[in-house]
Design a protein around this ligand. Sequence first.
Ligand SMILES: *Cc1c(COP(=O)(O)O)cnc(C)c1O
Length: 409
Amino acid sequence: MTSDLLAVDGGTPVRNIEQHPWPRWPVFDETEESALLAVLRSGHWWYVDGTCGSAFEREFASFQDAHYGVTCTNGTAALEIALRALGVGCGDEVIVPPYTFIATAAAVLTVGATPVFVDIEADTLNIDAAQIETAITPRTRAIIPAYIAGRPVDLDALLELARRHGLFVVEDAAQAHGAAWRGRRVGAFGDLGTFSFQATKNLNAGEGGILISDNEALADAAWSVMNVGRARTGRWYEHRVLGGNYRITEFQSALLLAQMKRLPDQIALRSQNADILRDLLVRQEGITLPRHDPRITTHAYHLFTFLYRSEAFHGRPIGQFTKALQAEGVPCSTGYVPLYKEGVFARHAAGQGSWCRASRHIDYPNLHLTTCEQVCSTCVWLPQHLLLGGAEDMNVIATAIAKIQRAPL
Ligand SMILES: *Cc1c(COP(=O)(O)O)cnc(C)c1O
């Protein structure tokens, strides 16, 4: 029995992480070592003359139920490439959520277009499809839903809306490897889908990214932007469109091919543990879990999230709650701030944020999207690798939360 004195106040932690470390991340063994060595020894380290890049593109696209895949340097670049492949640029507007990593909205600025923020739902953390319609103007070209924590957006509503208004959909699935909506994996429901292989993501090569699509012309356009404007069928020194060098290396692709073999089991394990943790927390006073949606047939669980109500914890502010939970041995954080409060958007509002002079003026610093702000001040994130252990690990998390609730402030 653990003492009731909180570890943050000098008590014994629920979990001593020196003695009982959480499952390590990344996961690798000799398989990854020999895959990397094979690339090294082959001398083919380059996307252009190697075989791993194209093999990974095929394998990952097919895993996500898409026809085509185009690798690139990272998830941020993938979003920029997607918008450029779609011809979205200066003067255009793109609808984005305010509760996401900066790249979802920054990519819009990078191509000269204007991000238009639409509020999220507190019980999904994703953009509220029902509120998108009022943000559409004649300049709107695309919507970028981000699948926060690995949870797909309401694709029924979003795709219907996009079709009705003739808008492109770029799925930011950087956190959603393996996530599925009504039995189909995400990424090619819209026009293009983007993924990240940055170190914390559920499929990891340190850095890396991919775009997937069912549209061959769009995949080819993305490939051109990725590969300095070359055409797949063109000559070497023939640059038909403006691109960049966004090529991935063969080391990354070899690592990703090896890591992909682990992915299905990891997805199943995260889901299984998340279900156990949900059951343990569902009746916990002051903790609100995201809404269950049976149309989400696989949740990728890049994060396990819940909303925290301090009144149920003797008024303990959320920052003190996460500190206390960390001290009990449970890694956690409070996550994003509303994106429109970031300095880059204040600069844009002041006319300094974009090279495009035709962009619409939005007074970002005075935006207030109430649900996003409420979520930012109440949401707690647990990282995905906590879900890669056993059921007893889930008990540790629930026990630590209950212990903090009992403790007077
Ligand atoms: C990580 C992430 C990105 C960017 O990916 P990088 O590979 O780090 O550039 C974009 N969108 C979301 C939602 C992310 O979580």
